[in-house]
Ligand binder design. Structure first.
Ligand code: 2E7
Ligand code: F3S
Length: 341
């Protein structure tokens, strides 16, 4: 059914094209499990700086298990456990947590840490870093905080004309991991027009998960009258999926946190609904959307798969160490808790 519906839809038949890959990436999976394991191992409450990932459902579920989300480390009682979110933190935040005697568990996605290292290295070599990304987003604050005196944030292609640099022969661009690939390439093209010796990052900063989800929704969007993206409003990669869907031919595209937000009028005259979800979105929310669409007559679902994903990251090292200690204690006949990984 999968191929037949996609390539040769029955005229007038309502159907869903379900993008794959969608939903959780390796960095989100690791960060959410880190909070759950921390709660199991240390007991509630465990504090989390900022939303662990930008999804309201994930945050609400973790709150119900005993996580307390704070904006800054000074809200956390001295000596408590704190998890840094998947989007990363600047050294200033790491230091503030240490000064307060907090036990920090760093759930920064390893692919963000890689960009932090690039920023540190280029700053050490005295480059000016043009960081393409959205000002105010936690990831951008964290990366810029690695080398504040060397970083200029470039929000959009239109920002390029206003950038000032000291030495146009010593500039490099880096980026946030969750941007639109196409828009970022346009920003780089315009930067290079102004600074022909602009250096590229050593490897892609826009991560595999962002890229894969955009490729999949581009394919779906070509055939979709409507695209629905499951994801929260502050989720950069989810919002990008709506934009990409519109750019690649979807007649309409909306973002929802929950299936209950789908408006009846969105479906008026619609034969093909494309569905995807951002990297911070649990699959159960997509399932609920598919159930709601099925109730509305869109029971035929074909997956449009453009890549396989099997990347997994190990848990943050601070947590692994404590969980390992727990295991050793049990092996020695101690009374450790029976919940280590
Ligand atoms: C961490 C990073 O939580 P998200 O919705 O975050 P964005 O950055 O898209 O607002 O998605 C997962 C995620 C993506 N990037 C987590 Cl650095
Ligand atoms: Fe990491 Fe990319 Fe996910 S940076 S948290 S793998 S969206």
């Amino acid at each position: 059914m999968r191929g037949r519906l996609k390539d040769n839809p029955v005229p007038g038949q309502k159907r869903v094209l379900l993008a794959a890959p969608r939903g959780y990436c390796a960095g989100v999976d690791r960060a959410v499990i880190a909070v759950e394991k921390a709660l199991e191992h240390y007991g509630a409450p465990v504090y989390v700086r900022k939303q662990i990932v930008h999804n309201i459902h994930v945050v609400t579920e973790l709150e119900a298990q005993g996580a307390i989300f704070v904006e800054e480390v000074d809200e956390v009682p001295e000596g408590a456990h704190i998890v840094f979110s998947a989007h990363g933190v600047s050294p200033a935040v790491v230091n503030a947590a240490a000064d307060r005697g907090l036990h920090a568990i760093d759930a920064t996605c390893p692919l963000v840490t890689k960009v932090h290292r690039e920023a540190v290295r280029f700053a050490r070599d005295d480059f000016e870093i043009l960081l393409i990304g959205h000002e105010g987003h936690e990831e951008v604050e964290g990366t810029a905080g690695e080398a504040p005196d060397h970083v200029t944030i470039v929000n959009s292609p239109d920002d390029v004309d206003n950038i000032e640099v000291q030495d146009p022969d010593k500039v490099v661009w880096l980026s946030q991991t969750t941007l639109s690939v196409d828009e970022t390439m346009e920003t780089v093209r315009r930067l290079r027009e102004r600074f022909p010796n602009l250096q590229d990052p050593p490897s892609d900063d826009i991560c595999y998960a962002t890229q894969n989800r955009q490729v999949a929704i581009k394919k779906v969007a070509q055939d979709a009258d409507l695209v629905i993206v499951v994801g929260s409003a502050n989720s950069s990669n989810s919002v990008r999926l709506v934009e990409v869907a519109l750019e690649y031919g979807a007649k309409a595209a909306y973002r929802v946190d929950y299936a209950s937000e789908v408006k009846q009028e969105w479906l008026d005259g619609v034969e093909t609904v494309g569905v995807t979800s951002g990297a911070s979105v649990p699959e159960e929310l997509v399932k609920e959307l598919l159930d709601a669409l099925s109730d509305a007559g869109y029971g035929s679902v074909s997956e449009v798969k453009t890549a396989e994903e099997d990347l997994m990251f190990s848990l943050p090292k601070e947590l692994r160490k404590d969980l390992q200690g727990n295991r050793d204690e049990r092996a020695l006949g101690g009374r450790g808790r029976a919940n280590a990984v």
